[in-house]
Design a protein around this ligand. Structure first.
Ligand code: TPP
Ligand code: MG
Length: 601
């Protein structure tokens, strides 16, 4: 029996303890799961969730590490748009969770973080452990990368606090919020339970429409434009919004650039989307930026940085429209607001609402454009460029070979790519639907991959999709024990480890250093390779109840492993394939990185 099956009929119908009321509040907020790594500071809430609510809505999701619990909630929200709760034990559990919270913050992910502390009344503290795990202003650890925090002083105040927290987290720009519950408050016997607020009187905020004057101005710019360009950043993952973006781009004949930091936002093989998405602007997208006479950024991440990268440090001559609500999130601690972008028209609105308004404002007929004819849609991903093959090595694949074999094997199975590794060639990303690619980690904190994969796959369980995460070996190893949670709760998931036996990204940095300083480039791997002994990725998976394959060291072996793994995932298993790849990135990626590397990444 797993604890998924352990659903108690709730034997009591009236809350008797503070945490019973708080658990009821989580249910009325429609929180489906609460991910946790246990701790005594929330033993009251834990008891209420199990024995008062019967471990259903929210159901507990046991995680081996708090960082995984938060990453899991991150992956889930990426797919559903809805927040999960995460219970974090005192100061120590919060400390473990911080990097994943930062990732969620940078990714503008709604999440209800429930902290616990105390008892704040020192007279009620147990010796020793309650003292070391009680801190004043716990939230100060995460205030720079959460939207809001609170530490309510009574059960009634805590109910309101949870409601407010939920509404703040889910209002754009979304983000994680943190509410600390005093242990004594949770365990307090209630003389008479406080009434839950009537949620119908506290609806979610309306989406933000662009002002009519801004719509008219942008429509006029697009009408007159000869070479308009759309940069699609953080957008909704609703199919209707996806289709509207296509309709608008076609209506004004705008070329479109997408970003692998964000989820699939436009069909990658569309003729108006001429170059592969990446984490950084490619040479081709840079040229489009320089040529464009109107650039419309729809919440593009680091607009100014991208423009500068394209224009050798300057800004392009075209008129620039920036539509984003993101400035409402910016604070003095985190620089994730990025460089200050120039904007001839600046619109504080939801980007997809601007798309909708522009469609209504612009006439149906397609105007004449003078920009270079868009390329025909690519029939199939090109074969792996020969230069990407690891020279002289027969014991591994190039990452391009891995990408080609993987995308071919998965093509007929409705894959949802949850994650792609840093060196993955964008040419193999063939996205036609918002759920074809879930996005990246937001904050660049490595180790989030396995947890996010489990959370996203959990959310995709009933979707008919095949969830697949391609993880760097470093990312996989740092977040490894998140897999157990997925296996335990029977979450089907395919993981491929792009195993170059290295924290390879840093090899490029060490190479760069050596070149700049005239030192031996051949030492670039020292302190970065994880090869002696080689870690057995398949055994690390099977040790947690997943099905492990590999290491696979050539294309036919990968194809065989994929065929078997796909069938097993479709039957409900979690499978991990260890794919040995050469320590190199796809050429397109390393050239984009190297252009960026002179300083740091
Ligand atoms: C928590 C954390 N530690 C260190 C880094 C620095 N870093 C960026 S990429 C990278 C290498 C990741 O290795 P892997 O997942 O194997 O990807 P590879 O570059 O080898 O394809 C590291 C260590 C980081 N971003 N986050
Ligand atoms: Mg690696």
């Amino acid at each position: 029996m797993t604890d998924t099956d352990k659903r108690n009929a709730a034997v009591e119908s009236v809350p008797r303890f503070g945490s019973d009321s708080l658990a009821e509040m989580l249910r009325s907020l429609d929180i489906e799961y609460i991910a946790l790594t246990p701790g005594a500071s929330f033993r009251g809430l834990h008891d209420s969730l199990v024995n008062y609510l019967g471990n259903a809505r929210p159901q507990l999701l046991l995680c081996v590490h708090e960082e995984h619990a938060v990453a899991l909630a991150h992956g889930y929200a990426r797919v559903t748009g809805r927040p999960l709760a995460v219970a974090l034990h005192a100061n120590v559990g919060l400390m473990h969770a911080t990097m994943a919270i930062f990732n969620a913050w940078c990714d503008r992910i709604p999440m209800l973080l429930i902290g616990a502390v105390g008892p704040l009344d020192a007279i009620k503290r147990r010796p020793w452990v309650d003292w070391i795990h009680t801190s004043v202003d716990l939230a100060s650890l995460v205030r720079g990368y959460t939207k809001w925090d609170d530490q309510p002083g009574s059960v009634a105040a805590a109910l309101e606090s949870l409601l407010r927290a939920h509404r703040i987290a889910t209002t754009a720009p979304q983000g994680p919020v943190y509410v600390v519950l005093d242990a004594a408050l949770q365990e307090e016997a209630l003389a008479s339970p406080p009434a839950l607020p009537d949620l119908a009187r506290f609806p979610a905020a309306h989406d933000v429409d662009p002002p009519a004057a801004a719509v008219a101005e942008i429509a006029a710019l697009l009408r007159a434009a000869k070479r308009p360009l759309f940069l699609l950043g953080r957008m909704s993952n609703l199919r209707a919004d996806f289709d509207r973006r296509v309709a608008l781009a076609e209506r004004v004949n705008a070329r479109v650039v997408t970003d692998l930091k964000t989820a699939a936002s436009f069909p990658s093989a569309h003729p108006l989307h001429p170059c592969a998405a990446g984490l950084y602007a490619s040479v081709e997208s840079g040229a489009m930026i320089r040529e464009a006479d109107v650039i419309v950024s729809l919440d593009w991440i680091d607009l100014a940085g991208t423009l500068r990268q394209a224009c050798e440090g300057g800004f392009p001559p075209g008129r620039i429209v920036q539509c984003s609500l993101d400035s409402y999130s910016h604070n003095g601690w985190s620089m994730d607001y990025q460089s200050l972008p120039p904007a001839d028209v600046l619109v504080l609105a939801s980007p997809d609402r601007l798309v909708q308004a522009l469609l209504a404002a612009l006439p149906e007929e397609t105007p004449e454009r003078t920009h270079a004819a868009p390329r025909a849609p690519a029939a199939a991903p090109a074969p792996a460029p020969s230069g990407d093959h690891p020279s002289g090595s027969s014991a591994c694949l190039s990452i391009a070979e891995m990408a080609r074999a993987t995308s071919q094997a998965l093509a007929g199975h409705r894959p949802s790519y949850i994650r792609l590794p840093l060196g993955w060639p964008g040419e193999y990303c063939r996205f036609e639907d918002p759920l074809d690619f879930i996005g990246f980690d937001g904050g660049g904190g490595i180790g989030s991959g396995p947890g996010m994969a489990v959370g996203a796959a959990l959310a995709l369980r009933a979707s008919g999709r095949l969830p697949v995460a391609v993880l760097g070996d470093g990312d996989y190893l740092m977040g490894l024990t998140a897999l157990w949670t997925g296996v335990h709760y029977r979450v089907p998931l395919l993981i491929l480890v792009s195993n170059n036996q290295s924290f390879f990204n840093d090899e490029l940095h060490q190479e760069r250093m050596a070149r700049l300083r005239g030192r031996p480039v051949e030492n670039r791997w020292v302190g970065l390779r994880m090869s002696d002994p080689a870690m057995d990725m398949a055994q690390l998976a099977s040790g947690q109840g997943a099905v492990g394959f590999g290491p696979v060291q050539d294309v036919p072996a990968l194809e065989r492993a994929l065929a078997s793994a796909i069938a097993q995932v479709q039957a409900g298993a979690m499978c991990v394939i260890d794919v040995r790849v050469a320590p190199e990135y796809a050429r397109s990626v390393s050239s984009a990185l190297m252009r960026k590397i002179p300083a740091r990444s």
